[in-house]
Design a protein around this ligand. Structure first.
Ligand code: HEM
Length: 452
């Protein structure tokens, strides 16, 4: 317990468990020239306000028992350019070359299939040194905190971009995203309380959500001790064209002679209420997260290309590809690609005008190894047409086919039940999620900032 207490006091919150606050502001900072010393003074002082993993847990406890609103939740992240500006010891961590390159780098953009920089949000085209995440359940006090912080930074840094995010909910209070699907169901779990909560619904016989800390924690070479940790953060602004997805759902439903909800699930892999398609052909079941695809090896129920099957194949990659490794080893390798998702939504869901898509997901995820986790998931699974089998097509939700790619490309897919499956059946999957910019960051240990 002593070791863990030290670790959690030095580790930023939100990494092992989402902060869960209703409203979030993201401030993208560019440090002004010649401000190294004043910025170091500012960071040393400001770091005392960062919410540690330890404080997050203590507040969650208070919240549960006394029902009081927590303090503002604060994270501070640095990009590689930010580390260079502040003259920190450099990062030589295997697997994290993307952090050094930055997300605007051509090699990275080509790997991820991202659009040219000119198509990004103007503020995200700028060089970004740091990202401040401030979250609160109370919107008024959140905006006050944001104003206070920006005032103290004014002479040293410019806010080149800002995003205001929130937890989007349906009428029942479930956490959803703009296409209307419940989000945040399947996550790697690190804390006892999360695991116990999950245990009450699932017995983990098919899918075990428990994850080792090494999945998200990376040593921080600038921390106060050998045991100082941080985590790599991927940030991506993903605009969602809700109208285009709803149109596609309608067309697909007509083509297959099924209802729209099933057509949507044939893209997502779960119905809007979270019911996994591999277990049921209509919504309404309380199936939890304890499932895999072993009963659906040929993907007759849940197509291989669906978003949730692509981003977590739950054993598919070991079952089908004969790479010479045992199934257990392949599953272990596959499980090491998992990420801790911490996204929030932005903008109002727009059901009216397909040309204005000011809404989407501010996608954040933590990991220990950018190459093996987010980058692998996006490039080798979501974007790849060959996944487990040949020509299954790209992930219809997040797949990106590269700068200048044909957005009306058609992919051959096999649909539904065996008697309906037809490899020559094609459907026009466009891209209804557009990447509008982002960056790789590191979440420094708090001691590396207080002792900067
Ligand atoms: C799961 C939506 C972007 C990775 C899900 C789920 C939904 C969803 C509805 C199912 C609920 C759940 O298990 O939490 C979206 C939307 C996105 C988006 C609308 C973009 C606007 C991404 C990106 C990645 C990603 C960029 C990573 C490359 C995952 C993973 C899961 C998931 C790993 C869990 C799969 C599982 O364990 O079964 N997403 N997502 N998502 N998504 Fe996304």
């Amino acid at each position: 317990p002593g070791i863990y207490e030290e670790l959690l006091l030095d580790l930023q919150g939100n990494i092992l468990k989402g902060h869960g606050r209703d409203h979030t502001v993201h401030l993208f900072l560019q440090f002004k020239p010649g401000q190294v010393e004043p910025l170091k003074d500012w960071i040393r002082e400001f770091a005392k306000n960062i919410t540690s993993a330890h404080q997050q847990a203590a507040e969650a406890e208070l919240y549960r028992t006394e029902k009081i609103a927590g303090k503002p939740f604060i994270n501070f992240f640095l990009s590689h350019a930010g580390y260079e500006y502040l003259q920190f010891r450099s990062f030589q961590i295997p697997g994290n070359q993307p952090f050094r390159f930055g997300m605007k780098n051509d090699t990275i953009r080509n790997l991820l299939g991202d659009p040219v920089i000119e198509e990004w949000e103007p503020g995200l085209q700028e060089e970004i040194h740091a990202l401040l995440l401030i979250a609160d359940d109370n919107l008024v006090s959140l905006l006050q905190t944001v104003n206070q912080i920006t005032r103290t930074l004014y002479l040293m840094a410019q806010v080149v971009h800002r995003e205001d995010g929130f937890i989007l909910k349906n009428e029942k209070g479930d956490h959803i995203e703009h296409f209307g699907f419940i989000d945040g169901i399947s996550q790697p779990l690190f804390t006892k309380s999360d695991i116990q909560k999950a245990k009450t619904s699932d017995d983990f016989s098919k899918w075990d959500p428990r994850a080792p800390l090494s999945l998200v924690l990376a040593k921080d070479p600038n921390g106060k001790s050998e045991d100082s940790y941080g985590s790599y953060l991927v940030y991506r602004k993903l605009e969602q064209d809700v109208i285009a997805l709803l149109d596609a759902e309608k067309d697909l439903a007509e083509k297959l002679g099924v209802d729209k909800e099933l057509a949507g699930a044939l893209m997502m892999g779960r119905f809007r209420d979270g019911t996994p398609l591999t277990l049921a052909d209509k919504p309404g079941g309380d199936y939890g997260n304890d499932f895999d695809y072993s009963e659906d090896e040929k993907a007759y129920k849940c197509p291989f290309h669906t978003h949730v099957r692509k981003t977590n194949p739950r054993g598919d990659t070991g079952r089908v590809i004969s790479s010479g490794e045992s199934f257990e080893d392949a599953l272990k390798t596959e499980r090491n690609h998992r990420i801790a998702r911490r996204a929030v939504s932005y903008g109002e869901t727009d059901y009216t005008n397909s040309t204005s898509t000011g809404s989407g997901l501010l996608f954040l995820c933590f990991q220990a190894d950018l190459e093996n986790q987010f980058n692998f998931m996006q490039a080798a699974w979501a974007n790849a047409s060959n996944f487990v089998e040949w020509n299954v097509g790209v992930d219809p939700i997040i797949g990106q086919t590269g700068p200048g790619a044909d957005r009306n490309q058609k992919w051959p897919v096999a649909w539904g039940k065996p008697e309906k499956s037809d490899q020559s059946n094609t459907f026009n999957f466009g891209l209804w999620v557009h990447m509008k910019g982002g960056e790789y960051f590191f979440a420094p240990s708090i001691s590396s900032l207080t002792s900067i």
